[in-house]
Design a protein around this ligand. Sequence first.
Ligand code: FAD
Length: 474
Amino acid sequence: MEHADAIVIGAGVLGCFAARALAAMDISVKVLEAREDACTGITRANSGIVYTGCDNKPGTLKAKMCVRANKNFDGLCRELGVRFRHCGSLMAAFGPRGEAVLKKKLRNGMESGVPGLKLLSREETLTLEPRLSERLTAALYAPDTGTVDPWELGLAAYENACDNNVRFLFGRTLLHMERTEKGFLLESSRESFLARTVVNCAGLSSDAVREMLEIPAVRIYPSAADYIVFDASLEGFVDHIIFHEPEERNGSCSGKGLTLVPTVDGSLLAGATERERASAPDGATSRQGLQEIARLCEEIVPSLPLSEQIRSFSALRPNPYHVEQKDGIWVPTDRPIHSFTLLQEDGLISLMGIKTPGLTCAAELGQAAAEMAGAFLGHPGRNSSFNPVRRAPVRLSGMDEAERAALVRLDPDYGEIVCRCGDVSRGEIRDAIRRGAKTLDGIKRRAGTGMGCCQGARCMKETLETLFRAQSLS
Ligand SMILES: Cc1cc2nc3c(=O)[nH]c(=O)nc-3n(C[C@H](O)[C@H](O)[C@H](O)COP(=O)(O)OP(=O)(O)OC[C@H]3O[C@@H](n4cnc5c(N)ncnc54)[C@H](O)[C@@H]3O)c2cc1C
């Protein structure tokens, strides 16, 4: 039987940040994760936008956290060595309905203290983004919107938590949990654990984990989303994140409008649809969704070359609903939950179905969960050796010739380019493995291999060989 003061369930971005915040206290912390690596769930597939808070109702927990998180984001990324593109956003309207939405967001944002928001005329908007459709009528400019690579942020929190003595146990699915006199008894797919407090960050399964102890109150009914990724050759096609506020919210895929994100690695992300989960198997994209995104691109950014698509992917939204019992079964009420749901029930802390802007607020949500756990544990002292700084990985693609030459003199592996699309060297792949990558996907998410136009066709073999060599030596 393994013991810990606090056990976190789930190593998505929220579990990693909760673990990092718990590590700042003088307690022992373990994380149980069903998968082989951190940040492979919802954290892996989302829009990667750092929101300002103007989309949220003023005064709500979501609005307050989002405004604070946005203000702190530059500092957080510096501390964790994470790339953050502070590019600003334009929300474009195409008629009276959209313009009314922009005005409401402006009012909300101003009330919540979001700085720099400005309504722009059609001409002002087209001056900033000349490739947008001339049919637009106005836009809301938010200078503080930005974008991160979502798994880069989560993996940075994971590494920093590890550096501060948190123990992550992968391949452990929590199967059973009960309260005993000694604390929480947890049975995983491998071993048993005893914990004084449990922080449930199980994403899409956070309802199932909570229901191991409590009666249903909130359940998650996922819907799906599709995305298209365009090649980095389009870098600079748009400089801002573009939100499109459609004139018709007709409940179809286009009801959500188009979002375009110029990502930190130079590619362009287009999405995200809203569709029934059952319309395609989990993980698969839907033909209808991808066609809808392509149609919206033609409408909103007509000169975007659709032939530059390199990849598509799908995501699941963890929509939380209040539930009620009918004829002996629990069914969703017509009350979807819009705010963040954090529950503290006798030492079980649950972050339930955290949707947008959960990535933006990950550090704040992790801190809030850790404070709840700390209060339950009787306010333990601070961990005097806690270090919030994580050493960022070397990225050759961001270096000039002199910096590269100096690095190669130190380690010749950095002079051997394996992924030509992304300019990634063998040294970076080996560093990704040292930092915890166990699979091709783990290397891709850390070093950026296989992200470019060939999607790994040219570098996969060499990357795998490097991984096998490292694994056979360890
Ligand atoms: C389509 C989409 C777009 C989004 N876009 C944005 C955005 O642009 N900006 C923004 O701020 N937010 C955005 N979000 C929200 C943000 O992505 C999420 O709030 C965040 O990623 C949730 O992370 P998580 O850690 O809760 O979930 P996950 O990343 O899914 O992590 C949960 C983990 O728990 C593990 N787990 C589950 N059950 C068990 C068990 N029984 N035992 C052990 N482990 C278990 C899973 O394997 C998984 O690794 C978006 C969300 C979606 C769906």
